[in-house]
Design a protein around this ligand. Structure first.
Ligand SMILES: Cc1cc2nc3c(=O)[nH]c(=O)nc-3n(C[C@H](O)[C@H](O)[C@H](O)COP(=O)(O)O)c2cc1C
Length: 328
């Protein structure tokens, strides 16, 4: 096991700025990129199925693999529903050398919920408690929970009871996405329940949902310990520099495509290094499309970028786009 200083949520400087776990997006290359832009960001891995991890499934191992120096502290997120398996998974993650373990109790995806994982656990306080305790038993690492404000509706009594039980079981942090599972990603995240919860918990609380700018982060944090950003990072990992600047009372100047290009190329390199060029470039297609979102007359370039098959091809398309943008 790599030797490292033990990590503690309590010792992290406030406000905590976190990259949300996002399946299919927040892989090691993306996390490294975020850390290069804003080193103080705390990164969560994509959620990883405990069975996949315990059976050493290649995809699961890749989801929790990380650069041992550049991504610290790295928080590995797990999902599943069998306490004794969480204990084993926690032992495995300790051996791998992650800094902390987060338990997914918020995913609303049908495939996940129908297997009684993710947000299905929100309905089962007793099982969730067992899972938290078993994970703590399996790892000398801080264990946290990420959840939503409810399953089908927001019921304050139940929400507070559930979250308090998370704390009582020994979790060291809780992240709340201000939507119910039923809402999926519709409507607006409601942060009021999160502020109320913070008043009754002793452990740190991170708020999540709909942060799209530095001013959103500053306006939404209120009494919380930190904020977590998800979808607004698509094509915009610089949002973390914007948020950091906003918390520090500094101005942030939005970047031009020319200024962004070296980072986009860096992302390409990291992805191809981590996954090999063939697969790395396939994974980059969606990111490339996001990077050029909002650029006028770029639809023809987007069509090309979502079909690229090599790094050289991607670089050539981006260079042509940059020339066109500079000439306009
Ligand atoms: C594509 C995608 C994948 C996600 N995967 C996960 C996941 O693996 N684990 C998790 O806890 N939440 C996951 N989420 C939820 C986000 O972590 C976050 O809670 C949600 O997007 C709300 O934050 P936002 O409004 O800043 O995007 C995912 C969201 C999206 C859009």
């Amino acid at each position: 096991m790599p030797s490292k200083k033990s990590f503690s949520w309590d010792a992290l400087p406030r406000p905590i700025i976190a990259l949300a776990p996002m399946s299919g997006y927040t892989d090691s290359p993306f996390r490294q990129l975020v850390k290069e832009i804003c080193p103080s960001v705390v990164c969560f891995t994509e959620f990883t199925n405990i069975e996949g991890l315990l059976h050493a499934n290649a995809g699961s191992l890749r989801q929790i693999s990380f650069h041992s120096e550049k991504e610290r502290p790295i928080i590995a997120q797990l999902f599943g529903n069998k306490p004794e398996r969480f204990k084993k998974a926690a032992e495995a993650l300790t051996a791998i050398g992650v800094d902390a373990i987060d338990l997914n109790m918020g995913c609303p995806a049908r495939k996940v919920v129908s297997a009684d994982h993710g947000s299905a656990l929100l309905k089962n306080c007793a099982l969730s408690q067992e899972i938290i305790k078993a994970t703590i038993e399996g790892a000398p690492l801080p264990v946290s929970v990420k959840m939503r404000i409810g399953t089908t509706k927001y019921d304050p009594d139940y929400f507070f009871k559930f979250a308090k039980s998370v704390e009582d079981c020994g979790a060291k942090l809780i992240t709340i996405h201000g939507r119910t599972a039923k809402q999926m990603y519709t409507g607006e995240a409601d942060w009021e329940p999160i502020y109320e919860l913070k008043k009754i918990l002793k452990i740190p609380v991170i708020g999540n949902g709909d942060i799209r700018s530095g001013s959103d982060a500053v306006n939404k944090i209120k009494n919380l310990d930190g904020i977590m950003v998800g979808r607004a990072t698509f094509g915009n990992p610089w949002i973390f520099a914007e948020i950091k600047a906003a918390f520090d009372g500094k101005k942030f100047k939005p970047l031009s495509l020319k200024e962004k290009l070296p980072t986009i190329l860096r992302h390409l390199d990291l992805s191809c290094e981590f996954k090999g060029e063939k697969w790395g470039i396939l994974e980059m297609r969606k990111h490339l499309a996001w990077y050029i979102r909002g650029i006028p007359h770029a639809s023809e370039f987007r069509r090309k970028l979502v079909n690229v098959n090599s790094k050289d091809e991607a670089v050539a398309i981006l260079s042509t786009l940059l020339r066109q943008v500079s000439e306009e």
